[in-house]
Ligand binder design. Structure first.
Ligand code: TYD
Ligand code: MG
Length: 456
């Protein structure tokens, strides 16, 4: 009989050792090792394996273009790169309670309407709980099958019998395979379950969407290993206390990454936000105070106008505080250093808070100039002209650097009624854009003179 092996696995990153360790040498987390016992595995004899795909010469391979299934939810399709690719494994990750089950039940309803057969494996909730949610969302369908089950072998059997167009597994942390003896939700279980699902997707050409909860630290729970295994990773983000939800693609073997879809959570589930810039600017004109500016950021291929707010005040602490929400703190520190060095703004005894309104994260440096001008207007106590939008990256010597997709950004600002836009002088503009005054600036000081002093 084969020996039963036991090993210790880091529940954070999946690192394995033979004995217990207090600290993981891979991800440096403490106390994360758990003993896992793997069931003896029978080694397959090479002769008995069926080799269905022998090595082929590149020019012999026939190209079959990928078949995509539209979800009929355009924001979701956009994030997926144009619909769900047949035979792909997609991971939707997000905090508990953010709305993962909701969006997938809605998607199931939409797909059924176009004649698709869906198997919704509910490992966390009972069938009647799902039914209740479906009633609330108005999802009715005769080709949507709800299967409350946690055992993956049984799920596999039903997939083979039913041959659905799409399988949803809610969630990967709650299912288990009998091949492994550790409990559901452990790294080994998650990894093995994901492997089994990947095999089903590829061998039977069935699309599978799995839901994964994220840990407090924001990692996809159990693990980064999941991210590497699946075809597409979509993160579901948003502030739970607010109604906006953002679907963001962070890995996609079949499409563009960093593409976003924006939704609003309401009484009847999630609805698409067709013009997100309008939503993010809703309160801007009514509540404008010194220290707020509008930037045009790029989310995937789409420009998005968002408000930046800064608050600067004398610090009561020995060391001034710098706190950033929605933008990288390191980036804000760099902007503050440039403002101190290049225009002589003295912030050494000032607390600085920077906030992106609407609960979204702005990750690109094109937001720099907007952040800088928000800080400067707050220090000078003047209101920035509400009809001017700002784009530009700031270099260490105070120069304003070019950004990508400039035409799209300017057009978006113009469409939303902005009369003026400040952009880097080094950006070439190919299109003829009318209806908006374009102010080109080379250096931070010039941006302040032409931006902050305008109308004040
Ligand atoms: P859910 O999809 O269960 O979250 P997850 O699967 O990511 O854990 O969504 C839970 C939250 O969404 C819950 O707090 C209630 C809220 N919600 C609504 O506001 N409206 C709705 O129509 C539904 C179905 C849920
Ligand atoms: Mg759920």
């Amino acid at each position: 009989m084969a020996k039963v092996k036991s090993k210790y696995v880091c529940q954070n990153c999946g690192y394995e050792t033979a004995g217990y360790l207090g600290k993981c040498p891979e991800c440096q987390s403490w106390g994360s090792f758990v003993e896992e016992v793997s069931a003896p595995q029978v080694k397959a004899e090479v002769e008995t394996l069926i080799d269905s795909y022998p090595p082929m010469r590149l020019d012999e391979i026939e190209m079959n273009s990928e078949i995509r299934m539209s979800t009929n939810i355009s924001e979701f399709d956009r994030v997926l790169g144009g619909g769900i690719v047949q035979g792909s494994l997609v991971l939707i990750a997000g905090d508990p309670g953010i709305g993962k089950s909701t969006i997938l039940l809605q998607t199931s309803g939409e797909l059924c309407r176009s004649g698709k057969k869906i198997l919704y494996v509910s490992a966390e909730e009972s069938a009647s709980q799902i039914k209740l949610r479906a009633e609330r969302l108005g999802v009715k369908s005769d080709s949507l099958y709800i299967y409350p089950q946690t055992n993956l072998e049984l799920v596999k059997k039903h997939i083979e019998d039913m041959k659905p167009d799409l399988v949803i597994v809610d969630s990967i942390q709650a299912v288990y395979t009998s091949m492994i003896q550790s409990s559901a939700g452990s790294v080994s279980q998650i990894r093995e379950c994901c492997n089994i699902l990947m095999h089903i997707a590829k061998s039977q050409n069935i699309s599978i969407i799995v839901i994964g909860h994220v840990t407090k630290e924001g990692n996809i729970a159990g693990p980064k290993v999941l991210e590497h295994m699946v075809d597409t990773v979509i993160q579901f983000e948003g502030d739970k206390t607010k109604n906006y939800r953002i679907l963001r693609s962070i890995k996609n073997r079949f499409g563009n990454t960093s593409e976003v879809g924006i939704f609003e959570m309401g009484e009847k589930g999630l609805s698409e936000v067709i013009n997100p810039s309008e939503v993010f600017l809703k309160e801007y004109n009514q509540t404008q105070t010194p220290g707020s500016t509008i930037i045009v950021t790029n989310e995937g291929t789409r420009p998005l106008l968002v408000e930046i707010q800064a608050l600067v005040g004398t610090t009561p602490y020995p060391a001034p505080r710098r706190i950033a929400n929605g933008v990288d703190t390191g980036r804000v520190l760099q902007i503050l250093a440039v403002l101190e060095k290049r225009i002589g703004l003295n912030l050494s005894k000032q607390d600085v808070y920077v906030n992106v309104i609407g609960g979204i994260d702005v990750t690109e440096p094109a937001a720099d100039l907007g952040i800088a001008l928000a800080i400067v207007t707050c220090v000078r106590d003047v209101v920035f002209d509400s009809s001017t939008a700002i784009i530009g990256e700031i270099g260490l010597s105070g120069e304003i650097r070019a950004v990508n997709n400039i035409e799209k950004r300017i057009n978006e600002a113009q469409k939303l009624g902005f009369k003026r836009i400040i952009i880097p002088a080094s950006n070439e503009i190919q299109e003829d854009i009318k209806g908006i005054e374009i102010v080109r600036v080379k250096r931070i000081l010039e941006a302040i003179t032409r931006g902050v002093n305008y109308g004040n």
